[in-house]
Every structure is written in C-alpha cells, then in structure tokens.
Design a protein around this ligand. Structure first.
Ligand code: HEC
Length: 150
C-alpha cells in the first residue's frame, strides 16, 4: 500500500517536473526570439517615420503649393470641405488629376463620369480651378500629398 502510494507520488512528481521543464524551455525559446521581433518592428517604424520628416526638394515645393492653394479645403488624411487627398493617385489617372486640378468645372461640364459623380457626392460644392498650376507644380503637390501621412 505504502509502496504503491510512493510510486504514484513519484510519478506525479516526475510529471510536474517535466511540465516545469517544458514551460521553462518554451519561455526561454520565446524570450530568445523576442529581440528579433522588436528589431524588425523598430526598422518598420523607422521606415514609416522617414517620409514624414525628410521631404525631398520636390515635396517641399509641393507642400508650399498645397498650403497656399489647397489647404483651405483639403486635409491629407481627413475629409474637410473636399475629400482627404492621401491616396488620390491610386484612385485616379495622372492625366485626370491634371485636368481636374486645373479645371474641375470644365471636367464636370464635359460630362466626365468620375468628375460628375464626385461633384454630386460633395453636394455640388465647387472646387476652384487652378489654371496657373503647371503639370510640374501638380506633380510636386501630389508627391507631397502621397509622401506625408500627417
Ligand atoms: C474651395 C475649396 C477647394 C479648394 C481650394 C481645393 N479643392 Fe479640391 N476639392 C474640393 C471639393 C469640394 C472636392 C469634391 C468634388 C467637388 O465637389 O467638386 C474636391 C476634390 C478634389 C480632388 C478629388 C479627390 C477625390 O478623392 O476624389 C482632388 C484630387 C483635389 N480636389 C485636389 C485639389 C488640389 C490639388 C487643390 C489645390 C491646388 C485643391 N483641390 C483645392 C474643394 C477644393
């Protein structure tokens, strides 16, 4: 009887020990992996931050053109009087954007489907036309818009 009991106890002890070994070695392996995760993360964060702070000359030009001409109605990430502009180059062709920005009214009047839909969506608020902006100016604005997540 006593022998059996001690055998059972010994088995339980062995099992508990085995579990402890498994738990500790798992914890050890996981903790060994963690540093690699966090370096990857911080690298990603750095990649994320760079475009925000370091603007190219073209983007700087775009930023001042944006602030002077567009900021009254547009934000980059939030809807204002007009739509949030971030990602706009994925939504439209470059040629369409040149036409829209230099003469949105003309594009709407020409019956362009995207322009008409947009105009209706924004309750027929008119965007100014900017005939004086060259394609290089618009490229700079769009470059700035897409580079910044602020
Ligand atoms: C007076 C306000 C106003 C100004 C200033 C303005 N916009 Fe707009 N913009 C709008 C409105 C409103 C719309 C939505 C369409 C409409 O109602 O005509 C729009 C739409 C757009 C769109 C289409 C966006 C989308 O996601 O569909 C682009 C691109 C755009 N504007 C770029 C510009 C740029 C670049 C400038 C500066 C050069 C500018 N806008 C200045 C009001 C403005």
């Amino acid at each position: 009887m006593f022998k059996e009991l001690s055998r059972t106890l010994a088995t339980i002890c062995a099992l508990v020990l085995a579990m402890i070994v498994v738990i500790f070695s798992t914890a050890f392996i996981i903790s060994g992996q963690e540093p690699t995760y966090s370096t990857q993360e911080s690298q990603e964060q750095i990649i994320d931050i760079v475009p925000k702070t370091v603007l190219t000359e073209q983007q700087k030009k775009g930023k001042s053109l944006f602030n002077a001409n567009c900021a009254a109605c547009h934000k980059l990430l939030k809807k204002a009087i007009g739509p949030a502009l971030y990602g706009v180059t994925d939504r439209y062709e470059k040629e369409w954007l040149y036409k829209w920005i230099t003469n949105s009214t003309g594009l709407i009047k020409s019956g362009d489907a995207q322009a008409v839909a947009l105009y209706k969506q924004y309750n027929q608020t008119s965007m100014n036309s900017f005939p004086h902006l060259t394609t290089q100016d618009i490229d700079a604005i769009l470059d700035y818009v897409e580079s910044s997540k602020n």
